[in-house]
Design a protein around this ligand. Structure first.
Ligand SMILES: C[S@@+](CC[C@H](N)C(=O)[O-])C[C@H]1O[C@@H](n2cnc3c(N)ncnc32)[C@H](O)[C@@H]1O
Length: 246
């Protein structure tokens, strides 16, 4: 799978216009995953042709709406924990005409393992940090999900350090060769991005945007053991730099 992922990412420039057409007319909503990150997800996910996308953390539904448009033949199952947030109504209104979206409320860390079916992919944008990372490993450990995406895993975060050490096959939306083309998708969203993160790659430094990681499933990885390592990392965690959306 890592070969097909590498080919898809290397081919990003030729896919940019098609993605642009898919998201035409969608405005950027505060707290949302950036278009460049969703472009990365789409490129990666096309290699496994998911029938369903499981989403953890919907807020105002920016990522949910883009998933709905980018995967018109898949079902988008979106789980949000906070049903009392004003975001819930905003998301419901925004997504009311998307026939392939199912909106659920609850703790996704409990719900999605049971909901997962072979061939689903998952996007985790809450819970954050090492809790989100342990959740990702637990989904991969089911052996049903070929790709799990973890948001806010930019350079300098505890999650990125963990991936660098234990999961070298992870790919990132902020890889310089990718960002060189994909940053143009973020004209609107970049205004709410911390300035230190904005176009950092273009200035020759690593890091861009909030950072979406793609964790491809591999049968030889012991995900239960990695969850234990992640729990240990949590005990000795240094605070991550502020890279989450406002
Ligand atoms: C940054 S927001 C999501 C933004 C959204 N993905 C977008 O692009 O518009 C994070 C959301 O995750 C939710 N969340 C946190 N923990 C969760 C959990 N265990 N299950 C489901 N949702 C959770 C929070 O309530 C919050 O609304």
């Amino acid at each position: 799978m890592t070969d097909s992922l590498a080919r898809a990412i290397a081919d990003a420039e030729s896919r940019l216009a098609a993605f642009h057409r898919l998201i035409a007319g969608i405005s950027y909503q505060r707290k949302g995953i950036l278009n460049s990150e969703m472009f990365f997800l789409w490129l990666c996910a096309e290699t496994v042709q998911p029938k369903r996308v499981l989403e953890s953390g919907r807020a105002q539904g920016q990522s949910t709406l883009i998933l709905a448009r980018c995967f018109p033949h898949a079902e988008i199952v979106s789980v949000e924990h906070d049903r009392n947030s004003p975001d819930a109504a905003i998301a419901a209104e925004r997504l009311k005409n998307e026939a392939n979206v199912k909106l659920l409320f609850g703790d996704a860390t409990h719900m999605l393992r049971d909901l997962a079916r072979p061939g689903d992919i998952a996007l985790i944008d809450g819970p954050k940090g090492l809790r989100g990372l342990r959740f990702a490993l637990s989904l991969l450990g089911t052996g049903k999900i070929p790709q799990v995406f973890v948001h806010d895993a930019g350079p300098g975060t505890a999650e990125r350090r963990f991936f660098d050490r234990w999961l070298p096959s992870v790919r990132y939306s902020d890889e310089p060769d990718l960002v060189r083309n994909s940053h143009v998708l973020d004209d609107e969203g970049a205004a709410s991005m911390p300035s230190a993160r904005r176009f950092a790659t273009c200035a020759g430094r690593s890091g861009y945007g909030y950072g979406l990681a793609c964790l491809p499933y591999a049968p030889d990885i012991r995900y239960g053991w990695l969850r234990w390592r992640a729990a240990l990392a949590g005990l000795s965690q240094r605070p991550s730099p502020e890279v989450t959306a406002p």
